[in-house]
Write a protein that binds this ligand. Structure first.
Ligand code: ATP
Length: 299
């Protein structure tokens, strides 16, 4: 049995995000395409004899039960552990509160990593059930299981794309496609997902994504066609609250992106480019004004 492993935890962007209405249970009826990208945290897991200990190189996330990765360990060790302890170290690269599912992917990495480290051999269903109990984006972050070995003690899921519906819990995996040149920018502020959803008004939406057409376009795989079909209805809230998000979208298009979109509830914005050179040039230009600029592709 390995005593220490590292699990790579990829961020996601939403390529479309639609809200169809409010459900009787108060949740929004969602339809969104989520896609994992090569911006990753690295979650280190070591067995210990002293319970759950979490540390990180980031000053932006908690080290206690408020960290979703801690809660993932607590849930899994409580259910399947035999009194062992676990130390978690999160090497944080994914911006926090950014619409990139940073917390969810760390939690997913802990669940999959513990299953491997502790030799539990849990079923896909048991793992997904724990993920769903932790947060609605966690099961998506686990879709690419089982973990594959990347290097000596380093493991990773396969990159996933999925259509999520309902409250986000009904998931249909989509075929593998590679988006080659994505420029991702995180403006210097965070957005609260809960507050953005609270402020959302269906009447305020001028354009909904055509998810059916997007799925056909996705199957074709052409990066520019895919880019042109991207729409996120939450921009109606986030851009009104933070006009900089709208300006950043325009800037990416001026810099050559086929199209730019806000991810999730924001504030991260990404643009899809046709060539490596144009994407590189955009990164250089944006780095003059923003600290968190990333050139990524499909995971
Ligand atoms: P989503 O796209 O799923 O809405 P997000 O990218 O907007 O997520 P996160 O980065 O997951 O948001 O962070 C949201 C909140 O969760 C932050 O306030 C952060 O302090 C808290 N949090 C708890 N654990 C973590 C973690 N491991 N990584 C990041 N944030 C965490």
């Amino acid at each position: 049995m390995d005593r220490e492993i590292i699990v790579e935890a990829p961020a996601k962007v939403n390529l479309t995000l639609d809200i169809l209405g409010k459900r009787p249970d108060g949740y929004h009826e969602l339809e969104t395409v989520m896609h994992q990208i090569t911006l990753t945290d690295r979650v280190h897991l070591f067995s210990n004899q002293h319970g759950i200990i979490l540390d990180t190189n980031s000053s932006d996330i908690p080290r206690d039960q408020n960290n979703l990765a801690y809660r993932a360990a607590e849930l899994a060790m409580g259910k399947y552990g035999r009194g062992e302890g676990i130390s978690i170290f999160i090497e944080k690269n994914i911006p926090v509160g950014a619409g990139l599912a940073g917390g969810s992917t760390d939690a997913a990495a802990v669940l999959l990593g513990l299953d491997h480290l502790m030799d539990w051999h849990l079923s896909r269903e048991s793992l997904l059930e724990m993920g769903a109990a932790l947060g609605s984006d966690v099961p998506f972050c686990m879709l690419g299981m089982p973990l594959q070995k990347k290097a000596d003690n380093c493991f990773a899921v396969a990159g996933a794309t999925a259509l999520a519906q309902g409250r986000g819990e009904i998931m249909s995996p989509l075929p593998k496609q590679i988006i080659r040149h994505i420029v991702l920018v995180k403006p210097p502020f965070q957005m609260s997902t809960a507050e953005v959803y609270r402020a959302f008004r269906l009447e305020g939406v001028l354009e909904h994504p055509d998810t059916g057409v997007f799925l056909e376009t996705w199957a074709g795989g052409d990066n520019s066609d895919i880019a042109r079909r991207m729409v996120n209805v939450l921009e109606t809230v986030s851009v009104a609250q933070k006009p900089e998000i709208g300006q950043l979208k325009q800037r990416l298009v001026q810099l050559g992106a086929v199209q730019a979109l806000m991810s999730g509830s924001g504030p991260s914005v990404f643009g899809i480019f046709e060539t490596e050179d144009s994407a590189q040039a955009a990164v250089s230009a944006l780095k003059k004004d923003y600290r968190e600029v990333f050139l990524v592709s499909s995971y």
